[in-house]
Design a protein around this ligand. Structure first.
Ligand SMILES: Nc1ncnc2c1ncn2[C@@H]1O[C@H](COP(=O)(O)OP(=O)(O)OP(=O)(O)O)[C@@H](O)[C@H]1O
Length: 178
């Protein structure tokens, strides 16, 4: 079972993934990315990556200098890899009852070649249960490939369905776990 979630920026993809991780408990293996906002101004200053092993790190920031830029954010690919790759490697070796969570396959994350390779490997493994989020637009050939993945359930998250869709996704995952 592969569940691909897409949706406009800020519609709630990460919030949905976090709900699913909570519902899955120790059956979830993977990572998600969250915004960081300045406490005083409320303005977004960067992004952090958090994994199911409890590790987290800021990997993109307005204050980082990097040759990898997305808008005004400098991306530190090594920092991203340090938190995201170990859980994807764990996911490859994991038991069948695990659900691999990948939030997200976006521009910042796609700078990492080993990330792209692990994502491809996991998505093409028929024994893996996966929840993966992708941007609404095909910003990279791998995003296009995931959107068209055969046999996957593609869900567009919207303001209308975001309050209840986690229940349906959880049921789909549970059914496929039996
Ligand atoms: N179901 C919901 N009800 C109310 N607010 C929500 C809901 N889902 C998300 N939000 C709010 O919307 C904002 C953006 O949510 P989130 O970061 O999950 O979006 P996203 O789609 O992952 O964004 P990005 O495009 O940056 O990845 C957050 O402030 C979050 O609290």
């Amino acid at each position: 079972m592969k569940i691909v979630i897409t949706g406009e920026p800020g519609v709630g993809k990460t919030t949905l993934v976090k709900k699913l991780v909570q519902m899955l408990g120790d059956r979830a293996v993977g990572f998600w990315t969250e915004e960081i906002r300045d406490k005083k101004t409320g303005k977004r200053t960067g992004f952090k990556v958090i994994n199911t092993q409890g590790q987290e790190v800021v990997f993109a920031s307005k204050f980082f200098t990097s040759r990898h830029l997305v808008g005004s954010y400098g991306v530190n690919v090594e920092r991203f890899e340090k938190v995201a790759l170990p859980v994807l490697e764990e996911a490859i070796k994991a038991e069948k009852d695990k659900v691999v969570v990948i939030d997200e396959v976006g521009k910042m994350e796609l700078f990492s070649r080993p990330f792209r390779e692990l994502v491809r490997q996991i998505l093409h493994d028929p024994t893996k249960r996966v929840v993966v989020t992708i941007p609404i637009r095909d910003v990279h050939p791998l995003v296009k490939e995931i959107r068209r993945l055969k046999g996957a359930v593609l869900i567009e998250l919207t303001l209308e369905n975001r309050e209840r869709i986690h229940q349906d996704i959880f049921q789909l995952l549970l059914t496929s776990l039996r």
